[in-house]
Write a protein that binds this ligand. Sequence first.
Ligand SMILES: O=C(O)CC[C@@H]1NC(=O)NC1=O
Ligand SMILES: [Fe+3]
Length: 408
Amino acid sequence: ELLNCERVWLNVLPATMRPDLVDYGLLEPHAIGVRDGVIQALVPMHELKGSVPAHWQDMKGKLVTPGLIDCHTHLVFAGSRAEEFEQRLKGVPYAEIAKRGGGILSTVKATRAASEDQLYDLALPRVKALMREGVTTVEIKSGYGLTLADELKMLRVARRLGQSLPIRVKTTLLAAHAVPPECKDDPDSWVETICQEIIPAAAEAGLADAVDVFCEHIGFSLAQTEQVYLAAAQYGLPVKGHMDQLSNLGGSTLAANFGALSVDHLEYLDADGIHALAHRGVVATLLPTAFYFLKETKLPPVDALRRAHVPMAVSSDINPGTAPIVSLRMAMNMACTLFGLTPPEALAGVTRHAAHALGEQERLGQLRVGMLADFVVWSCAHPAELSYLVGVEQPVCRVVNGEETIHG
Ligand SMILES: O=C(O)CC[C@@H]1NC(=O)NC1=O
Ligand SMILES: [Fe+3]
């Protein structure tokens, strides 16, 4: 099958992340053949006969994994919350900071004031940092515009990042992130705007791949979440949820009943919610960086999720307020050290399960013939190193859609 491939990588050690194999799905040294952006061949080296097509590289036994997928980020934003960080460390309470105009709304103000080009230029170094870590797909949410125009502006910036850089971008409309100041006396009017104006406009413009809601007592109620989900369903958009982060409103069960792609955070997820997720095959996305940065003490129920065979994804949640840490590898390390995931679970959390959280489990997240050719050849010796070591650039070769990319 190698002969009709355009490019071949010889002598790679595949961590396939296939669910039918244990741990990393490690195989003996193989050759990977690619054509038209798809993996056409995965052949054991000892079965290679005769010559291979013109364009081949000998990777000398290096580890290869599916490209890493960061399935939950808010990486498009303007402004900084560094002073707020300083105040918080001095003990100024969150409520006081919010009163002083801090919190999400300070990022909203800066993001509204920024042009599309400025937002793009601010996001660029954050996306490039992920690419240097071996990320080949990133999900990017809106949620700091909180007007029709500014939410669409954010989604256009996200789309443009995927069109101009060698990385796949999936966009998520998170207009239900906070109530804008203009609607503070009537939050339901904002929910109405989301349902009647923003979801239709984003869907018609093809700017949103999914719709997300921050379902929390400081965010949106269960009833408001359901209204947004109904509007998303009307426009054929899958849904996600920031669920059970600070309390349990029953959001995970609601999301599961809507066949959500994923529910995310989950520190306060309960047994009923876990049962609902398992029943509908919903991905549980763990966001250890936000847990760490908020000094949260309530751990998500990882063991119960594991026993219920709920697929667990791991993501960076990059955002200026609760996860100003631009690193998926750090999130993998924290998923193990803080949440007790094993390194194989952490790698599945940023490959196969992260793909599932984006509705892309048929095309991405495993090394299999027929899947999209997104993969990374690493300088590290063992896949556990991907959750163990942070901060050293280790991709030797990063391939997106069959094209080797310069990830500088
Ligand atoms: O503080 C911010 O800017 C975003 C906070 C972030 N958003 C959300 O829904 N949960 C979070 O932790
Ligand atoms: Fe988030």
